[in-house]
Design a protein around this ligand. Structure first.
Ligand code: KG4
Ligand code: ZN
Length: 352
């Protein structure tokens, strides 16, 4: 039998196997991560080697540098993951990998590593969308969570409201027409002189602000579930440049506070409307911006008022990690989707 025939047979048989152990690989941006996840919910190991300190000196992720560091780290990350989980390569049922969205060179490192492992071990290779992975993070944090639910997807690459009808059945309700909310956090942080990644630093600074700063901005795209963040980003950048040119002082804390308030208003307001209109009483948050303390608090109180049950991923599963890829890969297996052959390649963008 060829590799693909063996992989296909094993893949199909996994649906009926009691325990499915998936080794998952994530390398879409600046974290090299490998996890071992059982039955989509139980994390045996989730090793993350972050490159934040390396990219900090450049003010953002340098794609070529990210790829090189993935190559440098990935074998050690695998060894650590196997040791932490106390399993051997022979115990694994399938290899899952993020094939997109992300940086092309960075993704290719993970994809080629996973292909090699799958071929050498004669195991099914499962191609996973990073966006689905962020949703999957919630199945780890909330063991009994099941679709249907409404999902607010807020990451560095995506900003969207999604109706999740079933584990692998997604319907886009609205999305950003320009920048993602994560990009907007990072750009605003940069103009305020905060280091990369900007989101957590804005989050911290905003906690010290208390006065609303008025700047030239009016929230666009009312009466739709789509978002637009580039106008807000430009308004903050113009405000800061203007102050600098005139040599006028301003409070960075208050500016971060005001910016974050506008973002959170926009995200929570539209999401509550969507839940109401779709008749969904469960809201799931996904992606790195889901770690934002203010967004988490605001969604808690808005959901309480609207009688919606809120599911927030644990902070460690909000940002990029391989466990979330292994979690959703299990549901790909149960739904018979995602089996890839050795021609699998990386994709810089994917649709939800
Ligand atoms: O989901 P993620 O780790 O990567 C992508 O798939 O894009 O999201 C990264 C984004 C970055 O823009 C980062 O600044 C933002 O998430 N982020 C935050 C916070 N923590 C991470 N944004 C706001 N507040 C935070 N606490
Ligand atoms: Zn991500």
């Amino acid at each position: 039998m060829t590799y693909l025939e063996i992989a296909k047979t094993k893949f199909d048989n996994l649906k009926n196997k009691k325990d499915v152990l998936i080794l998952s690989v994530e390398s879409s941006c600046d974290e090299t991560s490998i996890a071992l996840v059982r039955n989509g919910r139980e994390v045996l190991a989730n090793i993350i080697s972050t490159q934040i300190e390396i990219h900090k000196q450049f003010g953002g992720v340098v794609p070529e540098v990210a790829s090189r560091n993935h190559i440098k780290n990935i074998s050690t990350v695998l060894e650590e993951a196997l040791a932490k989980a106390e399993v051997s390569l022979q115990d694994i049922d399938a290899i899952a990998v993020t094939y997109g969205a992300g940086l092309m060179g960075a993704l290719l490192v993970g994809v080629n590593f996973a292909k090699t492992l799958a071929y050498a071990l004669k195991l099914p290779l499962i191609a996973v969308s990073h966006v689905h992975g962020h949703i999957g993070a919630n199945y780890i944090s909330h063991k009994t969570l099941q679709p249907p639910f409404c999902c607010l997807m807020v990451s560095g690459g995506h900003t969207a409201i999604v109706r999740v009808e079933d584990y692998c059945d997604y319907h886009l309700i609205g999305s950003t027409v320009d920048d993602s909310v994560g990009e907007c956090f990072d750009k605003v942080a940069r103009v305020l002189g905060l280091s990369y990644p900007g989101g957590p630093n804005i989050d911290r600074l905003a906690r010290e602000g208390k006065n609303v700063v008025k700047f030239n901005y009016k929230a666009p795209l009312q009466n739709t579930y789509n978002f637009s963040f580039s106008g807000l980003k430009t308004a903050v950048v113009n405000f800061v440049h203007n102050k600098e040119q005139k040599n006028e002082q301003f409070s960075k804390e208050d500016l971060a506070y005001s910016f974050q308030q506008l973002v959170v208003d926009e995200l929570s307001g539209k999401t509550m409307n969507a839940c109401r209109e779709l008749g969904l009483d469960k809201l799931v948050v996904a992606g790195g911006v889901g770690a934002n303390s203010w967004l988490r608090e605001r969604l808690q109180s808005d959901c309480e008022r609207e009688k919606i049950k809120l599911y927030l991923p644990d902070l460690k599963y909000c940002t990029d990690n391989a466990a979330m890829i292994g979690a959703i890969a299990y549901y790909y297996v149960l739904n018979g989707i995602g089996l890839a052959d050795l021609t699998l390649t990386a994709k810089p963008t994917v649709n939800i």
